[in-house]
Design a protein around this ligand. Structure first.
Ligand code: FES
Length: 143
């Protein structure tokens, strides 16, 4: 069996939503604790819906494919749905990643959560429980 699925290759070669959003409503940057790679996610939010999303990464091919798929999965979706996106769901949508590459998909999940936390913080809105937990996990990483 091939190490990477056709979908991983396809998203790696032709990643969706790469770039930056000027004046984003939320932006999140995270580093991967396993490999040290970096991911930045930009969100545009209208009426509690992700109207646009873009990413930049200094990650590997699996990180690029995961981020591309993750942005596709949250674009046009309500915030409540976006904040529940897990790296496992992203990997499944890519028809799987090798076990030792699963950590790469975590970058996309955590960058989306960081961008959502930024949005709620800037707006002075009460964060949903889901995001509070993500914020606590991120703070623990930084210690
Ligand atoms: Fe660092 Fe994949 S090896 S994100």
């Amino acid at each position: 069996m091939a190490l990477y699925s056709d979908k991983v290759f396809e998203h790696f070669r032709n990643p969706r939503n790469v770039g930056i959003i000027e004046n984003p409503d939320g932006v999140g940057e995270v580093g991967n604790t396993v490999c040290g790679d970096i991911m930045k996610m930009y969100l545009k939010i209208d009426d509690d819906v992700i109207s646009d999303v873009k990413f930049e990464t200094f990650g590997c091919g699996s990180a690029i494919a995961s981020s591309s798929m993750a942005t596709e999965l949250i674009k046009g979706k309500p915030l409540a749905e976006a904040m529940e996106l897990t790296n496992k769901a992203v990997a499944e949508a890519l028809d799987g990643l090798p076990d030792y590459k699963m950590h790469c998909s975590v970058l996309a999940e955590e960058a989306i959560q960081a961008a959502l936390i930024d949005y709620y913080t800037k707006k002075g809105l009460e964060m949903p429980e889901e995001l509070k937990k993500a914020a606590a996990r991120a703070a623990a990483h930084e210690e």
